[in-house]
Design a binder for this molecule. Structure first.
Ligand SMILES: [Zn+2]
Ligand SMILES: [Zn+2]
Length: 296
C-alpha cells in the first residue's frame, strides 16, 4: 500500500508534477531526490523544469554548459524509474524579449518533452545583462525599489509592462504551458495603487488570457504558495474566469525542495472543481490529455 494515497481524494492519474527545480538551478535537492519523494507519494508522472540558461549567469538559472548533463540525468532517471512512473524532461524558459525567449532555435532544438514559458525579468533596454533586468519574482524590497526607480512610483506601469511581456511571449510561442501567469501580483498587490478589481488590472489580465485561449496554450495552476499564503498563480478568485474562457489548466507545485513536491495539489484540484472545471491536463504516455477531476 502506498503511503499518503488515502489522503489524496482523487484518482492516482492526477498525481503528477511538471514544474520542479533541482540543484541544476536553484532547487535544494538532486533530481533523483524529488523523484523518490514523488514515488513514495504514489505519483504517476513527474517532470523536471529547471530555470533555463540566460544570456547572463544568475544564481537561480542553469548554466548553458550544464544542459547536456541535465538532459543526460533525466534520461538516466527515465531508465531507472520509468517502469514505476512516467519521467519527463521539461524546462522553465524565461521570456526576456523578442531576441531571447522559448521560441528561439536554441530552446526549440533541445530534446525536451515539454516547455513552460515564464516571465521573471523585465529588461530595461535591449542590452540583456543582469543589471539591466527588473526581477518581478524576488523580495518585495527590490520590487518596490524598481517601481520607484524605473516606473515613476506607479505599480500599474510595472504590472502592465509585465502583462505586455506575457502577451509577447504567448504571441512568440514555442512552449506548451504558461508558468505562473500572474506572478507579478505576489509583490504587486503589496504596493500602493494596486487592486485586483481595478479596470486596468482586469483588462491586462483578461487580454493575456484571451491570447492564451486563442493560441490554444495551457495555464499552470502554480501551488508554490498555496499552503504558506493560501494563494496560487493564477489567483484562486480568477479560476471561474479561466473556466469561462475554456482555458485548459494543469496543477504543478514549482517545488524547490523534495518534500514540497505534492504541496497544494489536492487543494487546488478541489478549488478547480468548485470553480466548474471537470478536467485538468496531464502528460500521459508523452501526450497532453484531459483527465477528469471527479473525486474518487
Ligand atoms: Zn518561475
Ligand atoms: Zn519555477
Amino acid at each position: 500500500m502506498l503511503p499518503f494515497m488515502n489522503h489524496f481524494p482523487f484518482n492516482r492519474r492526477l498525481l503528477s508534477n511538471y514544474h520542479s527545480h533541482s540543484t541544476f538551478c536553484d532547487g535544494r535537492g538532486a533530481p533523483e531526490e524529488f523523484l523518490r519523494f514523488a514515488l513514495s507519494n504514489g505519483f504517476r508522472a513527474y517532470g523536471f523544469s529547471s530555470h533555463s540558461p540566460l544570456p547572463f549567469e544568475t544564481f537561480w538559472n542553469m548554466s548553458k554548459s550544464d544542459m547536456p548533463e541535465y538532459l543526460a540525468e533525466t534520461e538516466r532517471l527515465k531508465g531507472k524509474y520509468g517502469h514505476r512512473l512516467e519521467v519527463y524532461a521539461g524546462l522553465e524558459i524565461d521570456y526576456l524579449d523578442g531576441a531571447y525567449n522559448p521560441s528561439i532555435p536554441y530552446f526549440q532544438e533541445l530534446p525536451l518533452d515539454y516547455r513552460i514559458g515564464s516571465v521573471h525579468f523585465l529588461p530595461l533596454s535591449d542590452v540583456l545583462t543582469e543589471s539591466n533586468m527588473v526581477c518581478i519574482d524576488g523580495g518585495f524590497t527590490g520590487f518596490d525599489r524598481a517601481v520607484e526607480e524605473y516606473f515613476g512610483g506607479n505599480v500599474r506601469r510595472l504590472v502592465e509592462r509585465y502583462y505586455s511581456s506575457v502577451q509577447r511571449m504567448v504571441e512568440a510561442g514555442g512552449f506548451d504551458v504558461v508558468g505562473h501567469i500572474d506572478k507579478v501580483c505576489m509583490n504587486g498587490q503589496l504596493c500602493h495603487g494596486f487592486s485586483f478589481d481595478a479596470g486596468w488590472y482586469r483588462k491586462a489580465f483578461a487580454d493575456s488570457l484571451a491570447l492564451v485561449a486563442e493560441k490554444g496554450l495551457m495555464v499552470e495552476i502554480n501551488t508554490k504558495n498555496m499552503l504558506p499564503k493560501r494563494q496560487t498563480y493564477p489567483r484562486i478568485q480568477f479560476y471561474p474566469l479561466l473556466r469561462e474562457m475554456n482555458i485548459p489548466v494543469l496543477v504543478s507545485s514549482d517545488c524547490h525542495i523534495p518534500h514540497l513536491v505534492n504541496d497544494g495539489r489536492a487543494e487546488a484540484l478541489a478549488l478547480l472543481r468548485e470553480a466548474g472545471f471537470r478536467s485538468v491536463r496531464e502528460l500521459v504516455g508523452g501526450a497532453w490529455q484531459d483527465v477528469g477531476i471527479a473525486a474518487s
